[in-house]
Each structure stands twice: as C-alpha cells, then as structure tokens.
Design a protein around this ligand. Structure first.
Ligand SMILES: C[S@@+](CC[C@H](N)C(=O)[O-])C[C@H]1O[C@@H](n2cnc3c(N)ncnc32)[C@H](O)[C@@H]1O
Length: 384
C-alpha cells in the first residue's frame, strides 16, 4: 500500500517531501569531518521550511563551515512557516533589474502576505554569532540574522530551479551538496552533480539504484549508499494521507498523519564521500555447495537469496539482492552488472549493459526468476 503511495507521488510528480530533522541527524552525524572549511549547498530547499538549512545553520560553528548556501524553488506550493519568520520583501536585495518583478501583481501579493511562499531566493551565511545577545547560539540567532542582515537573503531571478544558470553558479561555489532533491528529477539532479564533479550527500528512493543513469555510477565507484539504507522515512508533505497502514506507521512514530505526515518506504542516502562503512567487510561464513546455490540457466553465475549467505569461497559471479549495496565494500567485491527479476525490466547483464537476459534458474523442474539481483564477484575468495 505504501509503495502504491510512493508510486503515485512519482506519477503525479509530487515532490514536496520535507525531511525530518531526526533523519538528517542520523545520517549526517557520520560525515562531520568532511564539513570543516567547506561550502555547503542545500539546493531544492526552502530555508523557511527546511531542516537541512536548520541543521547546518545551527551547527555552523561546530562543523567549522566556511559558508552555507540554500536555495528555494518557487514551484513549491508549501508555505514557509517553520521558522515563523515574516520578512518585508522591501528590505530584501532583489538584484539590479528587479523593478519589473517588484511591480508585478504576483510580487505585490507576496509582499502583502509577507510570506516567503513561492518566491525563489537564496540564503548565504558565512557566520553565525550570538546576535541577540542571549548567551547561546540557537535558532533565534539564525532568525535574527535572516531578519536583520540584508546581505544574507536575496531573490533569485530564475525560479530557484537547480538547473538555472544562477543556481549553477552557486553549485560551482559549493564543496558539498546536501539535500533531498525532487524525486521526479533525480536522474537529472545526479547528472548535474556528476557534471560539476561535486561531493554530495542526498536522499533518494531505493528504486533509483536501478536507473540506467545511476547504476553505472555505482559500478564505477562514483556513487554509493550512505549509512541509512532502505529506511521508511516519514516526511511532512502537503498531500492527504488516507492509507490506513501508512497512517498507523506515522502514528507509531509519534506523529499525526492529519498534520500531513506521510511514510515513504525504501529510501536511502546517496553519497560520494568516503565513509567508514565502505571499508567494513561483510563477514562471510557460508561455504559454497552446488546443491545449495543454484546456477542460472542463462548466465554464468550462482544465485544467492540473502546477503549473509554469500559463500566465502566462491570465485565466480554471484547474483545477490540489492541490499548488498547497503554493505558494499569495493575492496571486498566487484560489481559486474545488474540482472532483474520477473517484476522489472532488464537493464542488462555485464559491464556494458549489452546482455538482455533476465536471470533465471531451474529448481525442482520449475524455472524461477529471482526478484532482483546485482551481480558481484568476491575479489578475495578464501579456500579453507
Ligand atoms: C523532496 S522535496 C525536499 C525539500 C527539502 N530539501 C527537504 O528535504 O526538506 C524536493 C524539493 O525540491 C523542489 N523542486 C522541485 N523541482 C525543482 C527544481 N526544478 N529545482 C529546484 N527545486 C525543485 C520542490 O519544490 C521541493 O521543495
């Protein structure tokens, strides 16, 4: 049911899923040394709604950030209210040729509402001080900074679209990009990060692992999965949550589905930063036997039902579940390709995606297609 919900989001291009602070904290706690003296960009992100912005603004000094940049897309229907900050757009630096926009009906309406709704803008922070003099660095200081420092917020002219020229200029400044980008534009989003050779920590759907634009990057060790893998994330989203099981899950997490909280299953983090997890080898305890590990009928490899059943002594190719990517260590295994099961379309078998064969094996006289398999080879099979 939850998958249906997620797929519906994809079909309707519903992209407004706001990440919980706890999910951000759980992942980013592992990357702290990477942030020192770095420019962090949170794009596709409304600083007035976003916990990514809050996360970095509140820890700006602890992390030793050089600069924090956040950009907001004006296609978002979500009204900023989390920081409970109203600012007067007359005070905001709108750029040199802004008079036309400033006088438009739309802009007047926005000013009237004094809400940062659907306005494309950027926030750039180079320091966070105890500005209100209360002896602590907290959200009140960030609010004070946004409200009182005119250099910090400025309008964007090109909708805040991550593909726009002005957002690309900000991307060029960035060392690390951290966000939850729109699900519907994930391929393009990753393509851009690759083009500009940026480091990143971003959230996405597990199904993206199989995209023909993404899987080759995993094979080439240009992208891998972060710490929190195959999780069910609860997002704040402006969509009605009417699914019983989904609502129950949200309630079990102490949140109210009527406050637009929604569970999205099969989420993981994608990164290209070197993380400790990537150097931890999976403990292999099973020994290979032809009876226990069926050989595919149509590809020279054996099928493995669970990652923990990978034999330590098999030198050939093995088809393993996608969950291997949550524990993948490139020193231990090499990824050979992707073979899909009977539910998906085959992306290909083999390094060049030339193969077009669905993986299948025969057991008890019946041919079986495993659900989804990644083809790997153990780089150091042991012979005991
Ligand atoms: C999954 S939401 C995540 C929001 C926020 N980063 C967070 O995690 O809380 C993706 C955001 O990307 C925005 N978005 C959609 N298309 C975009 C585009 N072309 N350029 C920039 N942002 C876009 C959506 O409006 C939405 O706010």
């Amino acid at each position: 049911m939850a998958n249906k919900n997620l797929n519906a989001a994809k079909t309707a291009k519903k992209d407004e899923f706001y990440t919980q602070m706890t999910d951000i904290e759980r992942e980013l706690q592992h990357y702290w040394p990477h942030f020192r003296d770095k420019v962090v960009l949170c794009n596709c992100d409304d600083p007035y709604e976003s916990n990514f912005f809050k996360y970095f603004a509140l820890r700006f000094n602890q992390l030793g950030l050089k600069k924090l940049i956040c950009t907001c897309f004006d296609g978002s229907p979500v009204q900023g209210n989390e920081l409970l900050l109203q600012f007067d757009w007359d005070d905001v630096d709108e750029g040199a040729d802004a008079s036309e926009r400033r006088n438009s009906d739309e802009c007047h309406a926005r000013k009237r509402d004094l809400l940062p709704k659907k306005i494309a803008y950027k926030v750039e922070i180079t320091e966070v001080k105890d500005l209100n003099g209360d002896g602590a660095l907290d959200l009140a200081d960030v609010q004070y900074l946004l409200k009182n420092n005119k250099n910090v917020i400025s309008l964007l002219k090109q909708h805040g679209d991550f593909r726009s020229a002005e957002c690309i200029e900000l991307l060029k400044q960035a060392d690390i990009v951290v966000t939850n980008p729109p699900f519907s534009l994930f391929r393009e989003y990753i393509g851009q990060l690759m083009q500009y050779e940026k480091s990143f920590i971003i959230m996405g759907r597990m199904s993206a692992l199989h995209y023909s634009e993404i899987f080759p990057l995993i094979m080439q060790n240009k992208l891998w999965c972060g710490f929190n893998f195959n999780i069910s994330a609860v997002y704040k989203a402006p969509y009605e949550n009417t699914l019983e099981a989904n609502r129950k899950y949200v309630i079990s997490k102490g949140l109210n589905p009527d406050d637009n909280y929604i569970k999205v299953p099969a989420i993981c983090w994608y990164t290209n930063l070197d993380i400790s997890k990537r150097h931890e080898a999976i403990d292999l305890v099973c020994r290979y036997s032809p009876d226990e590990y069926p050989h595919y009928d149509n590809y020279d490899a054996i099928d493995i039902g669970k990652v923990q059943d990978i034999p330590f002594d098999f030198p050939g190719i093995m088809g393993v579940p996608d969950t291997i990517l949550g524990q993948y260590n490139p020193d231990q295994f090499e990824i050979i390709g992707l073979g899909c099961g009977d539910l998906g379309k085959v992306i290909g078998v083999g390094k060049n995606y030339r193969g077009r064969t669905d993986l299948a094996y025969t057991k008890d006289g019946k041919q079986k297609c495993p659900y989804s398999r990644i083809l790997i080879r153990n780089k150091h099979p042991k012979q005991l």
